[in-house]
Design a protein around this ligand. Structure first.
Ligand code: GDP
Ligand code: ZN
Length: 299
């Protein structure tokens, strides 16, 4: 590589242009085609107005309200799953499976720990997820609990947050990177926008180290659907079965002979209620997949 084509990183995407941050610290806007496929986090070599994309380490995708799949960001390392009291059940498990499938390390952020009753929620989440993912209890309004989270992100990590509307993702991002300045509690901010408006996706370096990607549409709508295979492989709490393998490689841990998960449930090394949660999600994912298959078949 010669000195006239420095390496760049896409730090913002505005639909018809991207902002490239070069190795030497300079920034430049480069025009791109709408369907160029470049995303925030992409490493590129810029020659004139031409971007050459370098191979990606990871890709994170989301499904929009209409069901189309979009690439959200490239080369992320970690995915923060944000929850708060009254978060819907099942979200955490699906998000952990989706993150693992995309080769991102998931971690849990429990926000609103200033509220009454959070101790119970935290105890419950620790009991279920402690062996699977790091857990960070915080309060975005009180700005408390952030040091361990910032330390985790600073370990050379680039991440993004997901979570349902209202858990406090905007508030959390505002504390972690004040330059981002997101509106808090603005549930309909992006919904009312015309379809000519482009959602800006941005990458922010944190003053304490590490980087965060923010894509407004992604924050609320969440991840792509997971597959049965991914669920069976990555369901949190089934890690034990990595040293006691199931007999069949594509085991769904249902009635298969020689299933390590079933025997761990029998020995109560996997709690029965976790297995029930798995079965509930498995059935949902199976029927979604079956519906998608029959749609494809008809088309
Ligand atoms: P988002 O939809 O996930 O981006 O959530 P917002 O950041 O917009 O916050 C939704 C609501 O929760 C707002 O009214 C916030 O003031 C409130 N909120 C955010 N963080 C906290 C927190 O740590 N504690 C409490 N009690 N409320 C919070
Ligand atoms: Zn099995």
């Amino acid at each position: 590589m010669n000195s006239f084509t420095p390496n760049g990183l896409i730090v913002a995407h505005h639909g018809i242009s991207v902002e490239v941050l070069y190795d030497n610290g300079q920034r430049r806007m480069v025009r791109v085609k709408r369907n160029s496929g470049h995303v925030v986090g992409d490493n590129v070599i810029v020659t004139g107005e031409v971007l050459k994309r370098l191979p990606r380490r990871t890709e994170l995708r989301r499904r929009d309200a209409r069901g189309s799949v979009h690439l959200v960001a490239a080369n992320l390392d970690v995915l923060g799953i944000v929850v708060a009291p009254l978060s819907p059940g099942g979200f955490i498990d699906r998000a952990i499976v989706a993150a693992q499938s995309a080769k991102l390390q998931p971690f849990l952020v429990v926000n609103k720990c200033d509220l009454d009753g959070t101790a119970e929620l935290l105890a419950e989440l620790s009991r279920v997820y402690k062996g699977s993912v790091p857990i960070f209890p915080i309060s975005a309004v009180e700005r408390s609990g952030f040091a361990p989270l910032e330390e985790f992100l600073s370990e050379g990590h680039r991440g993004a947050f997901v979570g349902t509307t209202g858990v406090g993702k905007s508030s959390l991002l505002n504390v972690l990177c004040p330059d981002i300045d997101l509106k808090v509690g603005s549930l309909s901010l992006y919904k009312g926008m015309g379809r000519h408006t482009t959602t800006v996706s941005t990458l922010h370096a944190l003053s304490t180290g590490g980087e965060l990607v923010d894509t407004p549409g992604f924050r609320d709508f969440g991840l792509v659907d997971i597959t049965v295979e991914e669920l069976a492989e990555y369901f949190p709490g089934f890690e034990n079965h990595r040293d006691v393998a199931c007999k069949f490689r594509n085991c769904r841990h249902r009635t298969e002979p020689g299933c390590a998960v079933l025997s761990l449930v029998e020995q109560q090394r996997i709690p029965a209620e976790r297995y029930e949660t798995y079965m509930t999600i498995l059935k949902e994912v199976e029927s979604l997949q079956a519906a998608a298959r029959s749609r494809d078949w008809k088309n």
